[in-house]
Design a binder for this molecule. Structure first.
Ligand SMILES: O=C[C@H](O)[C@H](O)[C@H](O)COP(=O)(O)O
Length: 229
């Protein structure tokens, strides 16, 4: 089973958690894209009714509209039953790094609010400790990026402004902000660092998602494995 097949397998497994009349937080990225497409197919075939998606990004919104998933915004719903999203790293305690796709702020808002947060990853995302492979994306107020990057050096980390590939200049998030990618040597206490980073003036949100995932579905060569809190 290759990585794409692992992503499809966990996306299909997540569908077993979806019921009629659910409000679903729709994550961002390539793994959740499979979930959104499969969800839309079930809705279009009448297998699921009265299901609504709350997108975490423009990417999720466009995918949902294309797939036939009815879309509502966060301020239109009283509650979110379940949120389904990918991750860039998962440690043994189910702490996450997210934000490679610059969607971390709305993702955390929606996933924090959801009754259940389900993470979909392939086995390459598993790490022994957070920060082992990926930097921590940090969404910042644009004009403050340099001041914050200097602040982050205090944490014995280096922060780089994320530059766009198909646009001149920096990546601009769905919320109109910049992203710093902060490389830490080893994150010993994810929850503590998540709180400390958000205390830096000008930081909007950071990509450490500590103690928030309820279930992680891991696509492996031997099938889908589950990590549960
Ligand atoms: O900002 C992007 C999100 O945090 C994604 O959920 C994360 O980067 C995982 O994306 P993918 O499933 O494409 O690896």
């Amino acid at each position: 089973m290759n990585v794409e097949e692992m992503k499809k397998a966990v996306a299909k497994e997540a569908l077993n958690l979806i019921e009629d009349e659910m409000v679903i937080g729709l994550g961002t990225g390539s793994t959740t894209a499979y979930f959104i497409r499969y969800l839309g197919k079930l809705i279009m075939e009448g297998e699921l009714e009265e299901v609504y998606g709350v997108p975490t990004s423009y990417q999720a919104r466009l995918l949902a509209l294309e797939a036939g998933v009815p879309v509502v915004s966060l301020d239109e719903v009283d509650a979110i039953d379940i949120a389904v999203d990918g991750a860039d790293e998962v440690d043994p305690q189910m702490n996450l790094i997210k934000g490679r796709g610059a969607a971390l702020t709305m993702e955390k808002i929606i996933e924090y609010r959801a009754g259940m947060f389900v993470v979909l990853v392939d086995e390459t995302k598993l790490v022994e400790w957070l920060g082992q492979k990926m930097p921590v994306p940090i969404e910042v107020i644009p004009v403050a990026w340099r001041a914050i990057a200097e602040e982050i050096e205090v944490f014995n980390a280096t922060a780089e402004l994320r530059m766009a590939e198909k646009k001149d200049g920096p990546v601009v998030t769905d919320n109109g902000n910049f992203i710093l990618d902060a490389k830490f040597h080893r994150i010993e206490d994810p929850l503590d660092l998540e709180i400390e980073l958000n205390n830096i003036p000008g930081v909007v949100e950071n990509g450490i998602f500590a103690d928030i995932a309820d279930l992680v579905l891991v696509g492996t060569k031997d099938g889908v494995k589950r990590m549960e809190r």
